[in-house]
Unconditional design. Structure first.
Ligand SMILES: [Cu+2]
Length: 287
């Protein structure tokens, strides 16, 4: 005869309390945790959906630091998940009264300090890569290019044969006439400036971009370079990189900048030095 304490869930099933059934179902959480942790580790270690191939020395360095962080943090993640599953099994409800524990202050201090050292250490190691972009003096012989971002397109300006950027005036900005920078024709230095909608650079030569935004914050992002830089209205932000591998790469805006954000893209064309020289000469011929 079933009682409140002992009630089979199915006819003729062995007698068990509801509590026992719930306890057994609860045990399933442990293998689920282990499976999710193992699947996560396989997906990350297998690199099935991964970054595109790097095209600069800095990007290679970035990947090295990223992998190191992933190995250290991923190892700790796996150990923690394995321990969590074990604790679910080991300390399941076996009918005995629970024991009250005050914890262990010494252990708390040790693992909090170890976590702090680990995170600060990894952050400092990564800092040198960040500083390699932002804190270095401008390299000698760098190609200078101005970048202008606006809703929802990119424009690039190269100095002409005189090597000088001409004067611009906000009142002269005219997108439909092909003058997004507001170049002042009266300035002789402005007449030979080259404006393009794609960024062309020679491989193996440092490039310094001077970035500005005309309306809202945008973000210059080339995944193959592993770099991102915000463009902020009212600021001229220098940003340097060197691409070593020729090819075509997408420049995406990585800041949600309005309704047309998804279509705000351009192309980075890394050319051989000869091809870049020829392209520059052609542009000068068109001036
Ligand atoms: Cu944008």
């Amino acid at each position: 005869m079933p009682t409140a304490e002992c009630r089979p869930l199915l006819p003729k099933a062995p007698c068990a309390t509801i509590k026992t059934y719930l306890n057994r179902i609860g045990m399933l959480l442990a293998p689920v945790i282990w499976l999710v942790a193992a699947a996560t580790a396989i997906l990350v270690a297998g690199k099935f959906w991964w970054f595109p191939a790097p095209i600069s020395a800095l990007a290679v360095e970035y990947d090295r630091q990223f992998s190191l962080t992933l190995i250290v943090i991923g190892g700790i993640f796996l150990v923690a998940q394995a321990g969590l599953g074990y604790v679910i099994f080991r300390f399941r409800d076996s009918g005995r009264p629970a024991r009250f524990s005050r914890g262990d202050n010494r252990l708390e201090v040790i693992w909090t300090a170890a976590t702090a050292v680990l995170f600060i250490g990894l952050a400092l190691a990564g800092e040198t890569i960040w500083a390699g972009i932002h804190m270095q003096p401008e390299p000698a012989g760098a190609l200078q290019v101005e970048v202008l971002a606006k809703q929802f397109s990119w424009s690039f300006r190269y100095p002409g044969p005189d090597g000088k950027f001409g004067r611009t005036d906000i009142k002269l900005i005219n997108d439909s006439a092909g003058n997004p920078f507001g170049l002042d024709d009266k300035d002789p230095a402005a007449r030979d400036d080259i404006m393009t909608s794609a960024l062309r650079v020679p491989a193996g030569r440092p490039v310094v971009l001077t970035m500005q935004a005309r309306d809202v914050i945008h973000d210059f992002f080339v995944p193959e370079l592993r770099v991102k830089q915000d463009l902020v209205p009212g600021m001229r932000i220098p940003f340097q990189f060197q691409a070593d591998k020729t090819g075509e790469y997408e420049i995406a805006c990585a800041e949600l900048c309005g309704l047309g954000h998804h279509q705000m893209r351009s192309t980075l064309r890394v050319l051989t030095p000869e091809a870049f020289r020829d392209w520059l000469a052609d542009q000068r011929g068109l001036q």
